[in-house]
Design a protein around this ligand. Structure first.
Ligand SMILES: Nc1ncnc2c1ncn2[C@@H]1O[C@H](COP(=O)(O)OP(=O)(O)OP(=O)(O)O)[C@@H](O)[C@H]1O
Length: 507
């Protein structure tokens, strides 16, 4: 069965537990045909679990899915696709070395063994004529901008005749103007009754500007539903976090200047193909300051972080902490009190299958008090210390013994921060710390970074989120094509000037 018009979808009393944890508890969601519905909730609220049950990645323990008024048995994503339910993920699923057209054709379940490109192209052109937006079909996906790639992901679903679109934070990799364009197109399509959209989002502005209705999940339960255009942000955030209240915005206080500064002196590094990805980077991060590096991703920021964390060889230049030469080894991280929060911590900062407590102990597991003088580990002490820090940093986990991969994104970040910020910190290196996190976690984590600065640490913050940089940084640098192309005190610049340098038009 394939849909030609916007379908409706409801879940009735849907529940799903993972062991002791009730991830979904009796959720009834109602997404009307032709509507743009937002699914909100703090990290770990159950949003992904709900859409994974709808998509057939998980089987719910109880409850039903009603699609266009009929009960739908979705046992696998294949069943969901056959009904016309498709999903766009936070990260792209396109093949970069193929063209947009090739990506569309190979996505079909009925692609023949030998493809007649002439016929396929005719079919594609006819399809594109019916679409309200275009993507360059002959361009290699690797040459498309993030906005074009996201549009292509959506086109792919429409090409496969999937008219119920589930979007998981679709704008996290887009610039604000790209995000507005993509969401505007989706809203218009929904209002023409061509598609129905269910979007997981953490961004209130987008929800209020583009969505018709919303459902809020809180700790696996439905905390509210209503009209997205009339609900206030205060109401939405209250439904999400209850009376707990938000942490006030990170406040800057005068910091002691006792800690050493971090100096990057003429750093250069290459990628595997021998191209310079970091080029003569010179930058000082004074004690008690946050220096933010802004820029579009892929301009050398990740490579710079890799150099500083010892994951990429430095070709030339040197790093100093205070007056002493610093090379990034585990021993030096301890000696110089250098700590870090890399981006995508589940991939870069933890061992996913090890427990939360073990991951928190990583930097000190072989030292007293977690090990004895001979370096023999004490699992009981590791667990006890883990439990203390889980409490102090408000990490939501079923137990210190849960594998860290079962935690939601915000809670993995909190666990890494618990490990990195629990002692004295002289230098803190942070990359995109709030990517994919809910507003309460964002406030919490930015607050912790500011707290470190206020205690005197030199903080280097790499972020693609300009608002974050303006909120936290004392000085702002722009990185473009591997070089620092701009540096100013935050008080002496504005988003317009920084934006121009990011776009490469700065003077
Ligand atoms: N495969 C799993 N095994 C065990 N627990 C899980 C699993 N998947 C999710 N959980 C737990 O279920 C709860 C809901 O997680 P879910 O990923 O649905 O939240 P979310 O609202 O999508 O969060 P986020 O905004 O961080 O993506 C969390 O406590 C999470 O730790």
């Amino acid at each position: 069965m394939t849909a030609t018009q916007a379908p409706s979808l409801r879940t009735f009393h849907m529940s799903k537990a993972f062991g002791q944890l009730q991830a979904l508890d009796d959720i009834s969601l109602d997404v009307a045909a032709g509507s743009f519905h937002a699914l909100l909730g703090e990290n770990g609220a159950g949003k992904s679990t709900l859409v994974k049950c709808i998509m057939g990645f998980y089987q719910a323990d109880a409850g039903q899915v009603m699609f266009n008024g009929h009960e739908a048995k979705v046992r696998s994503p294949r069943d969901a696709h056959a009904l016309g339910i498709g999903m766009v993920y936070q990260h792209f699923t396109l093949v970069p070395c193929l063209t947009a057209a090739e990506n569309l054709v190979i996505a079909r379940a009925d692609t023949p063994m030998v493809i007649n490109w002439k016929t396929e192209r005719k079919r594609l052109d006819a399809f594109m004529e019916t679409m309200p937006f275009q993507v360059r079909l002959d361009a290699l996906v690797s040459t498309l901008s993030a906005g074009e790639k996201q549009k292509l992901e959506i086109l792919k679903l429409l090409y496969l005749n999937q008219r119920f679109l589930i979007l998981d934070e679709p704008t996290s990799v887009l610039t604000p103007s790209e995000a507005d364009e993509v969401l505007g197109v989706l809203r218009d399509m929904a209002h023409r009754n061509d598609v129905t959209v269910l979007m997981i989002s953490h961004k209130f502005r987008e929800v209020k500007t583009f969505c018709d209705s919303f459902t809020v999940l809180r700790r696996g339960k439905c905390a509210g539903t209503g009209d997205a255009r009339t609900a206030s942000i205060a109401e939405l955030s209250h439904m999400m976090i209850g009376d707990a209240g938000l942490r006030p915005p990170a406040t800057r206080t005068a910091a002691p200047k006792s800690a050493p500064a971090l100096h990057l002196n003429n750093l250069s590094a290459r990628d595997v193909e021998g191209r310079h990805v970091v080029s003569n980077v010179t930058l000082t991060v004074p004690a008690g300051q946050i220096v933010g590096i802004a820029g579009v991703s892929g301009n050398g920021q990740s490579a710079l972080i890799e150099v500083l964390s010892g994951q990429r060889a430095l070709e030339s230049g040197h790093i100093t902490v205070g007056d002493a030469a610093f090379s990034p080894t585990r021993r030096n991280f301890d000696r110089f009190k250098v700590f870090g929060l890399p981006e995508e911590p589940l991939r870069n900062a933890v061992v996913p299958r090890m427990t939360v407590a073990e991951n928190i102990a990583f930097r000190s597991f072989d030292k007293s008090p977690l090990a004895n003088r001979l370096g023999i580990l004490s699992p009981a002490r590791i667990r006890k210390r883990g439990a203390e820090l889980i409490n102090k940093f408000n990490v939501h986990t079923s137990s210190p013994d849960a594998p860290i991969e079962t935690l939601s994104g915000g809670n993995v970040q909190r666990a890494v921060l618990a490990r990195e910020l629990s002692g004295a910190v002289d230098v803190l290196i942070v990359a995109n710390p709030c990517f994919g996190l809910d507003f309460a976690s964002v406030a919490d984590i930015r607050g912790k970074i500011m707290e470190s600065r206020n205690k005197g640490a030199a903080v280097l913050l790499v972020s693609e989120d300009l608002d974050e940089i303006f909120e936290l940084a004392d000085q702002i640098a722009v990185m473009s094509e591997g070089q620092i192309t701009y540096l100013a005190a935050t008080a002496d610049t504005d988003t317009m000037q920084v934006g121009q340098h990011i776009a490469g038009h700065g003077k």
